[in-house]
Design a protein around this ligand. Sequence first.
Ligand code: CP
Ligand code: NVA
Length: 313
Amino acid sequence: MPASLKGRSLITLRDFSREEIRYLLDLSHRVKKEKHSGKERFKGLTIALLFEKRSTRTRCAFETAFGEEGGHPVFLSNADIQLGAKESIEDTARVLGRMFDCIQFRGFKTSNALALAEYSGVPVYNGLTDDFHPTQILADLMTVEESKGRLEGVKLVYVGDGRNNVANSLMIGCSKMGTDITVASPHSLLPSENIVTMSREFAEKSGSLVEITTDVKKAVKDADVIYTDVWASMGEEDKLAERVKLLKPYQVNSTLMESTGKDNTVFMHCLPAVKGNEVTAEVVDGSRSEAWNQAENRKHTIKAVMLATLGLE
Ligand code: CP
Ligand code: NVA
């Protein structure tokens, strides 16, 4: 294990080298093979699971991965503690750091995840903020490897809201790992200049490409993977009506899947999906959908991150 991983927090993949991500993916594949092996690597340890936003996959992945190996997860929603309301985030972090071995945070502000990491002194895992969703992207990269046998030279096209947490993290993860990424979005939802510049710097090192366009038909040509996410992320529900109008031409349906010119293009989605909006039921429930494998791989990749950062592997 790269010694550098022990004690680390995962707030964004930007902070992880290509070698470190490679190590986490290799460990994830190993962990998946060892399923039900009866190991108890988290025995005697505790994790705090802080959720300001809802979750099915992320919560269940953390709880089952940690719990099945003897660890004790404690779920704390906004109904239980209010970060920054009842007491400052720094003080909450200090207290949690005295009682828990690690912390998962899902919420709005990335700055809260950073403050938790700084003041708790234990590894903090970003389970989704407005800006990033790094544990999702580890599962996505693992799924691409299972499906295509490699990451390098694979063309992944993300279609839809190009400014959200999943799009940002995909751009970072793909460009670091040598996967070509194209983002196709309407003008007002194109990725920020900052993420584009950063990803292009990573891509230059890894030998991959980062392309940004509003032309979805051209974008998907030769795609190995078409990926989409909801049109209105958590916290943006009031924007849904305008997004539906704006993003209708970016729906992933059978016609779009067929216009890649490849017969083995797969479909990916972090889930939850709104069928009939960003993707049709036919595609997400169809034989080329990797969405359910991605969901399962959340658990294996999250277990790998916890093992590595707790120095247990
Ligand atoms: N993909 C994902 O993070 O799902 P949840 O919101 O259900 O955790
Ligand atoms: N972009 C979505 C991802 C959900 C896993 C959201 O933030 O709601």
